[in-house]
Design a protein around this ligand. Structure first.
Ligand SMILES: Nc1ncnc2c1ncn2[C@@H]1O[C@H](COP(=O)(O)OP(=O)(O)O)[C@@H](O)[C@H]1O
Ligand SMILES: [Mg+2]
Length: 343
């Protein structure tokens, strides 16, 4: 882990600024991602965490311009990746970026795998799209990649179809697809959510191993802070389409500041707490897109004393310690100012 301040700007592989995304509906546009900012250094892992419906997948799909069409629309923002704004490049160049420089593991495994083509055909097609080599060499790479993700008997498996594989094996094939062209960035959207705990740990360890080997950066999307703690350098906490807190991982776990982050932390099991203590969950649900307040979106679920004025104006993002940003709702801004003054 490198402290934010120690990095030069050219270490930054991805810089997302003011990203806003809406879905056009009959009753008008629904904003699913609202002015999101984050950046990622080469070779590092950024976790994006938040409950279901907070805009994690929509953010990720926007980076590679794969929003559901025709409803999904990027309203504003910049996605700087390795020297150019991906929101401005031509569609043909975007084809090269997708699956080439940026690999993606989708939340829905079947989105990425075609049920009517064999695993081998899909992998070799992905290779041939991005590399000028012969089909035989591409097949060789496919078998090699299946071996790397520890699919047993890869020479036989290349002839099989997605439905013939178990969930864990299918996930490994997805990882192979995402990594076969050695991307600079892997976006993994809940890569283990559908799997049982043992397989989950294996898959995450595998991603980490391949990351170290290839030197790629990773965006790891999850609703599980436990996964973040074990796998990430930096964390972005999303709530209701916005970033509410962002920090290096140790800093975030050491000084969680936004009431939403604290709520998420309270709902994961901890070894240093007596086992009998019941885990708390955050009461209520993420507000629906059509009923988002302009101000603090967590207020309706927040247990800090506050009045309705916090709903009126969007709280500012405050860098309350180096590299540690929080959306500073008035309900805790004073405490934050005191904590900052004490240092
Ligand atoms: N195709 C779509 N049409 C309309 N709304 C959508 C569509 N896809 C996602 N949304 C909405 O966008 C919001 C963010 O969704 P998503 O990014 O999938 O959340 P997460 O990945 O954090 O669970 C949700 O309110 C969801 O209902
Ligand atoms: Mg999602």
């Amino acid at each position: 882990m490198t402290p934010e301040t120690g990095n030069r700007d050219d270490d930054i592989l991805l810089k997302v600024t003011d990203l806003s995304v809406a879905f056009d509906t009959e009753s008008g546009p629904l904003v699913a991602v609202d002015d999101v900012d984050f950046s990622l250094h080469r070779g590092k892992t950024l976790g994006i965490v938040g409950e279901s419906g907070c805009g994690k997948s929509v953010s990720a799909l926007s980076l590679i311009r794969l929003l559901p069409q025709p409803m999904g629309r990027i309203r504003s923002g910049e996605v700087w990746f390795d020297g150019r704004d991906l929101l401005k490049v031509r569609p043909e160049e975007m084809h090269q970026v997708r699956g080439g420089e940026i690999g993606m593991i989708f939340q829905e495994p079947m989105t990425a795998l075609n049920p009517v083509h064999s695993i081998g055909r899909q992998l070799t097609e992905a290779v041939l799209l991005h590399q000028k080599i012969s089909p035989a060499e591409a097949l060789e790479q496919a078998v090699e990649m299946l071996k790397r993700v520890r699919i047993p008997s890869p020479e036989i498996r290349v002839g099989e179809y997605p439905h013939q594989l178990s969930g864990g094996m299918r996930q490994r094939v997805m990882i192979a697809m995402a990594l076969i062209n050695r991307p600079k960035l892997l976006i993994a959207d809940e890569p283990t959510t559908a799997l049982d705990v043992t397989v989950q740990a294996q898959i995450l360890a595998l991603i980490e191993e391949l990351q170290a080997e290839m030197g790629m950066a990773v965006i790891l999307i999850t609703h599980d802070l436990g996964v973040i703690a074990e796998n990430c350098d930096d964390v972005v906490v999303m709530y209701a389409g916005r970033v509410v807190e962002q920090a290096p991982v140790l800093e975030l776990f050491g000084s969680p500041t936004h009431p939403y982050t604290r709520g998420l932390l309270d709902s994961i099991p901890r070894l240093d707490h007596p086992r009998k203590q019941k885990l708390r969950t955050i009461e209520g649900t993420v507000p629906s897109l059509s009923r988002m307040p302009a101000g603090c979106r967590f207020a309706p679920r927040c247990s800090n004393p506050h009045d309705d004025t916090v709903l009126a104006q969007r709280p500012p993002m405050v860098e309350f310690r180096p590299g540690h940003w929080v959306e500073a709702c008035p309900c805790f801004r004073e405490a934050l100012a005191n904590a900052t003054a004490e240092r």
